[in-house]
Design a protein around this ligand. Structure first.
Ligand code: KIV
Length: 273
């Protein structure tokens, strides 16, 4: 087994621990990882939650969207990441259409949990609430994902900020309440105005993790390749190159962790209004 043996020992991060971090106002740090080596860096830097995101379709496989990612792909990368972690909580994405009905979602979640995930992330609300309820009824912890949901890129008309108009903001608030009512224990909010993300975070009892959602959420998530400046082309406004001026990968990730915990990241220039 590939063990992050030089990682400082720490208590395993659990879902109740994340909830008490929210209650105590301590920021949660989350970062994507796709292989054992990056996972070991996350572990050493003290990241709370690792996400095997379907963003792997873009940053690892070179696709233009997350849509071509298969369940087998996410299972493969989840197994690899699990080998690099010890205390960090591991979340894996349900790829496009693996959540199309309850039986498919159950089978997908079973494979991802067997691969090492402790929680499954699922995009959307509406009909997805039935899937969330079925998974949580079978003790599969669920992280919901709202706002800019990349699997809906064609319906949304591109990768753009969500919830700017009043009606869209009201719908996002209602969807956030609905996914939590259905059983979600964590919520990722992507690319929404900071004020709205702050109001949703206050309204919900579960931790809300933002990406491009401003500083008022209970925690932050980034794509690790963005954080390291590895993504070709222009990096997203909501990200920051933490490797710049630092010695190496663990240092860069540790800087992200401490900047999130101390409220230095994200700043106004990484946020939307
Ligand atoms: O797939 C992914 O990496 C994600 C994060 C951007 C939250 O969903």
């Amino acid at each position: 087994m590939y063990v992050a043996s030089d990682a400082p020992a720490r208590k395993a991060v659990t879902l109740p621990a994340l909830k008490s971090m929210k209650e105590q106002g301590r920021k949660i740090t989350m970062l994507t990882a796709y292989d054992a080596s990056f996972a070991a860096h996350l572990e050493r830097a003290g990241v709370d939650v690792a996400l095997v995101g379907d963003s792997l379709g873009m940053v690892v496989q070179g696709h233009g969207s997350t849509l071509p990612v298969t369940l087998a792909d996410v299972v493969y990368h989840t197994r690899a990441v699990a080998r690099g972690l010890s205390a960090t909580l591991l979340v894996a994405d349900l790829p496009f259409m693996s959540d199309r009905d309850v039986p498919h979602a159950m089978e997908a979640a079973a494979q991802l949990m067997a691969a090492g995930a402790a929680m499954i992330k699922i995009e959307g609300a509406g009909p997805i609430c039935e899937v969330i309820a079925a998974l949580t009824a079978r003790d599969v912890p669920v992280c919901a994902h709202l706002g800019l949901t990349p699997q809906s890129v064609h319906k949304l008309g591109g990768y753009r900020v969500q919830g700017r108009e009043q009606a869209a903001a009201d719908k996002l608030m209602a969807d956030a309440r609905a996914v939590v009512e259905a059983g979600a224990e964590l919520l990722v909010l992507e690319c929404v105005p900071s004020d709205l993300a702050g109001r949703i975070s206050q309204a919900l009892a579960v931790p809300v993790i933002g990406i491009g959602a401003g500083p008022q959420t209970d925690g932050q998530v980034l794509v690790v390749y963005d954080l390291l400046g590895l993504t070709p082309g222009k990096s997203p406004k909501f990200s920051k190159n933490f490797l710049s001026g630092r010695e190496g990968v663990t240092d860069a990730i540790a800087a992200y962790v401490s900047d999130v915990r101390e409220g230095r990241f994200p700043a106004a220039e990484h946020s939307f209004s």
